[in-house]
Design a protein around this ligand. Structure first.
Ligand SMILES: CC[C@H](C(=O)O)C(=O)SCCNC(=O)CCNC(=O)[C@H](O)C(C)(C)COP(=O)(O)OP(=O)(O)OC[C@H]1O[C@@H](n2cnc3c(N)ncnc32)[C@H](O)[C@@H]1OP(=O)(O)O
Length: 309
């Protein structure tokens, strides 16, 4: 099994990530230098706009929590946070024991997009496109992780924050939360890959409505169009009630329960089906199948003569 990854030269050149379950995962970029992508140069530029952080907590349960943390600016992404995000994605790519991921914002709100102070300072199209390539790369790799991921949306997910929710497999919306692609109001379109992913999630008709109308998507509408996969009810009055993060982890458990190789294999075959032409997806499915067939979880299940009632 090799590693498949990029859209270099405008074509998909096989695998999305390394199939080897335990070691040797190789990171690779969506864009190459021929497309003007120099990741180190962009990192340097982004670091000139500091503030906030993106924090990663890897837990023994195999579920990690990634927190966008800049509450003074409603968790807007400073330049250094974009670099932080990419570094945390790299760490997750090498997390061999991982099964799930919750992506959230600090202080009960999700993320208000790019830090407008940084946006104003890098308003040339060339610099904008470099930032856009960097974030497309980070968010594409986030979605391609062999982990089942969920965006826990509390408060607002605006602009780039709305795009970030689409880089997760699922979205859970808390009561009162809003996802809004405000790009049109900013004279923009999504640039972090959010439009392409939104079309996959809700279909082109709904995507056109949400982007073209900069529609405020509340949980009810989210469920209706298929952007939300569940709604978390507020439960502040019950003593000892679980926190939204705990609720998200509970919700995710039905998909992350089980042996790591099996959960990662499930994500890989779905990803292949989502991203690759049928023949390549079938080949990939065969490769992934080969990693679980006759493996310990499979042998144990066969030995236990389980019935699926
Ligand atoms: C569009 C594409 C682009 C991309 O993809 O890269 C973007 O994402 S551009 C950013 C799009 N987001 C916005 O335009 C958000 C603008 N902010 C708001 O609409 C409001 O602040 C809101 C609704 C998030 C919160 O409103 P609320 O009344 O509850 O609070 P404040 O407005 O007082 O906000 C508190 C504090 O946060 C600062 N803030 C909020 N968002 C940003 C941001 N994106 N960048 C920088 N700073 C932000 C806001 O200015 C306040 O700061 P303060 O110093 O207290 O005035």
């Amino acid at each position: 099994a090799g590693s498949f990854c990029c859209w270099n030269n405008n074509r998909v050149s096989i695998p999305v990530f390394n199939l080897l379950p335990t070691s040797g995962r190789r990171r690779c970029c969506l864009y190459s230098s021929t497309q003007g992508f120099n990741q180190e140069e962009i990192r340097q530029k982004l670091r000139a706009f500091p503030g906030g952080s993106v924090d990663l907590l890897k837990q023994d349960s195999g579920v990690a929590v990634l927190t966008v943390n800049n509450p003074a600016r409603m968790n807007a992404f400073s330049g250094s946070m974009m670099v932080d995000l990419e570094e945390k994605v790299s760490q997750l790519e090498n997390w061999t024991e991982g099964k799930g991921l919750v992506v959230r914002g600090a202080a009960e709100t999700f993320c208000s997009g790019s830090d407008l102070n940084a946006v104003r300072a890098i308003s040339s199209p060339q610099d904008g496109m470099k930032m856009c390539m960097f974030m497309q790369d980070a968010l594409t790799r986030l979605l391609r992780l062999p982990l089942v991921s969920v965006a826990l949306v509390e408060g607002r997910a605006l602009g780039g924050g709305a795009e970030l929710t689409t880089a997760c497999d699922f979205r859970l919306m808390a009561t009162g939360s809003v996802i809004q692609f405000v790009h049109k109001h900013m004279g923009l379109v999504p640039g972090w890959g959010g439009a392409a992913r939104l079309v996959h999630i809700v279909g082109s008709q709904n995507a056109l409505k949400l982007l073209g109308g900069a529609v405020k998507v509340d949980p009810e509408r989210g469920l209706d169009v298929g952007l939300a996969d569940g709604v978390l009810e507020a439960d502040e009055d019950t003593p000892g009630a679980s926190t939204p993060v705990q609720q998200a982890e509970d919700w995710l458990r039905r998909y992350t329960e089980g042996p790591v190789p099996v959960i990662q294999a499930v994500k890989k075959v779905v990803l292949a089906g989502r991203e690759l032409p049928l023949l390549e997806a079938l080949r990939m499915e065969k490769e992934v199948f080969g990693t679980v067939w006759g493996a310990p979880a499979n042998l144990q299940a066969l030995a236990s003569k389980s019935k699926h009632k």
